[in-house]
Design a protein around this ligand. Structure first.
Ligand code: SF4
Ligand code: SF4
Length: 442
């Protein structure tokens, strides 16, 4: 079987992002293949440890991805501060005879170094056009966990587990491997907290991850970590403000200092993203307008909202407010040029992660979350049919069927973008509904 088919059949999707199916990403040709090992979200510790403990598998998976897209050069993006991991990777790249093809690209310790467009620029000097994707400048980006999953697909293994960090205001900070479909509460309890009444849980990193309305869900392939904080923590208070609250506060207090724009990573790449203009439009109640379509250029990194704004306002929410209206009206941003270059001031306006962590009030929790070989053996798993970008998977099993770990239980619908799903435990199908396939271990 062709490797691309193995990747598709293995159900590989971008680990940590929106969950774009990897086989579709690797379907074309590219000059560069880049590995995103930046892990710029504060407190998360998955990628850096995967690269440390499974370098051979990751390098080989990455190499295979590069060959699929016929890339001339492969670059692993990793922050310079991870010196020991870089040393290991360099040594293993040489030992595997790939020193002529795979290179290490050392990244500054800034946020958001892992934003795909920032990563492309840091590693190649190129700038992805506004509202564009990396392939437009000859690049394909895969995450380090995705590279690991590609290696496993080469051995005939499907994605049935995901790696997550538990971080925040908790007694046990750790990183572990979890079967897809495991109840999230089973995972969260490993943090050492039994009663979550006083706590809020962020699904993902503190900058981009949403605060969970309920912790009663089930693990998906794209989860990267949970940040657990007291409900009274200022970050939680800010993240849980409603759109109506954000609009009200924004209207009263924006002093148009432009700091949100001056530090915006997309603006610094030469794009026209200017959140202060969205704030102005909101404050003065401007209606629809061509200029407001720039809201669609926001990558939702949150820097303007959680770091830049001296008045503690909600410029990202202002973008989201206008963007939602435009999407509803199918009013798409049209870029006026194809070639972009980073603004000259960019290098002086990069935000160091340490300063960001301090500003977020997370300094006390910025600690190691070591890998632990904990075997989670849930009695029941609920595997979502919608873990990825594209059409939901179509169940190919029914209640009462016996399934083995790794067996495909949902396929990609005919002629659709999507990814299959697989049993993460051996057992009996208990239920199939429009959202989940439930398996009970026996
Ligand atoms: S939102 Fe904040 S940073 Fe942006 S212009 Fe207004 S006051 Fe300045
Ligand atoms: S969230 Fe703010 S800083 Fe980030 S891209 Fe959007 S406007 Fe720029």
């Amino acid at each position: 079987m062709e490797l691309l088919d193995q990747i598709k059949n293995g159900g590989i999707i971008g680990a940590g992002g929106a969950g774009f199916p990897t086989h579709a990403k690797l379907a074309g040709e590219a000059e560069f293949i880049l590995m995103n090992g930046a892990e710029c979200e504060p407190l998360l510790r998955v990628d850096q440890q995967l690269m440390e403990f499974m370098p051979d598998e990751i390098i080989q998976g990455f190499n295979a991805a590069g060959k699929i897209v016929k890339a001339k050069r492969a670059i692993i993006g990793i922050k310079k501060k991870h010196g020991r991991v870089i040393e290991i990777l360099r040594e293993r790249i040489e030992a595997l005879g790939l020193g002529e093809y795979i290179f290490i690209g050392e990244l500054p310790d800034i946020y958001p170094a892992g934003d795909e467009q920032v990563l492309v620029h840091e590693l190649t000097g190129r700038v992805v056009p506004e509202a564009g994707i990396p392939i437009m400048v000859g690049c394909v980006v895969v995450n380090s966990e995705t590279a690991l999953n590609i290696y496993r697909a080469m051995q005939g293994e499907a994605v049935t587990k995901t790696y997550v960090t538990l971080a925040g205001d908790i007694p046990n900070r750790l990183t572990l491997k979890v079967p897809v479909g495991t109840p999230i509460t089973d995972v969260l309890k490993l943090s050492g907290i039994e009663n979550f009444e006083e706590y809020a849980v962020i699904d993902g990193g503190p900058m981009m991850g949403p605060v969970m309305h309920t912790i009663g869900g089930y693990m998906t392939k794209k989860q990267k970590g949970f940040v657990i904080l007291k409900k009274s923590h200022p970050l939680i208070k800010k993240k849980t403000a409603s759109m109506a609250q954000a609009v009200r506060v924004n209207r009263g207090a924006c002093e148009q200092c432009r700091l949100c724009t001056d530090l915006c990573p997309r603006y610094l790449l030469g794009h026209n993203m200017q959140p202060h203009k969205m704030m102005r439009a909101m404050t003065y109640n401007f209606g629809e307008g061509e200029g407001q379509k720039i809201a669609q250029l926001c990558c939702q990194c949150g820097l303007c909202e959680f770091f830049s704004c001296p008045a503690g306002l909600f410029p990202k929410q202002a973008n989201m407010f206008f963007k939602a209206k435009q999407l509803e009206n199918k009013d798409k941003y049209e870029r006026k040029q194809e070639v972009f270059s980073a603004r000259e001031c960019r290098e002086y306006r990069l935000v160091p992660s340490k300063r960001l962590i301090a500003r977020l009030g997370l300094k006390d929790f910025d600690k190691a979350a070591p890998f632990e070989k904990i075997e989670l053996n849930p009695e029941v798993v609920k595997i979502s049919l919608r873990q990825h970008v594209g059409a939901p998977a179509e169940p190919i099993v029914k209640a009462g069927d016996r399934v083995e770990t790794g067996q495909m239980i949902g396929k990609v619908p005919e002629n659709a973008l999507g990814a299959p799903i697989h049993a993460s435990i051996t057992g009996k199908i208990e239920e199939v509904d429009q959202d989940f396939i439930t398996i009970r271990r026996n």
